[in-house]
Design a protein. Structure first.
Length: 338
């Protein structure tokens, strides 16, 4: 927090009283001594003039030059001080729209939640293990919430909505809104690395959930789940009215499938392993039939094969020239059979 330093040249109470008795001479508008710099407003020379009624232009050149040099050095030092918007812990308050943050009933656990493994070599004193447990609880709570709220959506859509709730970006957003970033004890170089910062904030949020449950064996589980349900509800408010997009595979099949025709959804890349056991899959859809053999129609990616495959089908459907050509071939073949 930026604080104004008390001036080195501040007067005592007696000095202040004497100021009023001194008749301050006007600063001369004459020529500045050769080799001296012009007086800067707010610098040490100006403060000397204001505090003691001294005319710096009347000071010996060597003394004046030393004052200007000191003033320049102090200004440079001040400009090099790191700026921070981090508030002190006592000022941290969650945003008013957020549900009340449940407390952690164990101070040792609470300290560990906000300590990065790179800061302390003792894993029990950091969130190294806590975030794994918290990730599992969060996945379960999110799945239960979606399961209870939306009874008609297929499994793929459940996965989509769950990913919306539990992805690092969402958890990091919540962590920052609750002020976790201001409590975190993490390596300083993380502040300039957005991806690592986002992941770290997500890990801390997961760790906090685990600590709520571990620190209160009797009630922690239900407290954490109720809190997360309230926190997540705004993200799901409009989800029930949105038409599920997980029907692209069916739509593609209806348009181009026929007897002896195959649509294959194949892995195009090795899945990427991410934190917390999460993965990203890469799926492509390929057509064999109507004169085409293993022809690529579209590609997609997602947290599971169902979502990635559906995205591939959506891409195929958006390629209207190719799909139109396939449909025409299908119609010609069917017409020749009659």
């Amino acid at each position: 927090m930026d604080r104004k330093r008390k001036s080195t040249f501040a007067t005592s109470e007696d000095d202040k009283k004497r100021q009023h008795k001194i008749s301050r001479p006007r600063a001369s508008r004459g020529a500045v001594h050769p080799g001296s710099a012009p007086i800067k407003q707010g610098g040490i020379p100006d403060r000397l003039n204001n505090a003691y009624g001294l005319d710096v232009n009347g000071i010996a050149p060597a003394v004046k030059q030393a004052l200007f040099g000191l003033d320049k050095a102090l200004r440079h030092a001040k400009s090099q001080q790191p700026k921070t918007d981090v508030a002190e812990p006592s000022t941290i308050r969650p945003e008013p729209s957020l549900p009340t943050l449940p407390p952690i009933c164990d101070r040792t656990l609470e300290k560990a939640v906000f300590t990065h493994p790179g800061i302390n070599g003792n894993i029990e004193a950091t969130y190294d293990r806590l975030e794994i447990l918290g990730d599992a609880y969060i996945e379960l709570f999110a799945t239960r919430l979606i399961w209870d709220r939306f009874h008609q959506i297929p499994s793929g859509r459940i996965s989509q909505l769950r990913e919306l709730l539990v992805k690092n970006e969402s958890l990091a957003e919540y962590a920052i809104q609750y002020g976790f970033d201001r409590k975190a004890n993490i390596p300083q170089d993380y502040l300039g690395q957005p991806k690592r910062w986002t992941k770290t904030m997500g890990d801390i949020f997961e760790s906090y959930v685990a600590a709520i449950i571990l620190s209160d064996p009797a009630n922690g589980y239900s407290i954490a789940e109720k809190w997360l349900r309230r926190l997540w509800t705004p993200k799901l408010t409009n989800a029930g009215t949105q038409r599920s997009s997980l029907n692209a595979k069916d739509a593609l099949a209806r348009r181009i499938m026929g007897k002896g025709v195959k649509l294959q959804y194949l892995d195009e890349e090795i899945p990427i392993q991410e934190s917390g056991g999460k993965q990203t899959f890469f799926i492509g859809v390929y057509l064999t039939g109507w004169g085409w053999t293993n022809t690529h129609l579209g590609s997609g990616r997602g947290p599971n094969k169902a979502i990635a495959g559906n995205e591939a089908a959506e891409q195929a459907l958006s390629n209207e020239p190719l799909i139109g050509e396939v449909i025409n071939a299908k119609k010609s073949h069917e017409a020749s059979r009659h």
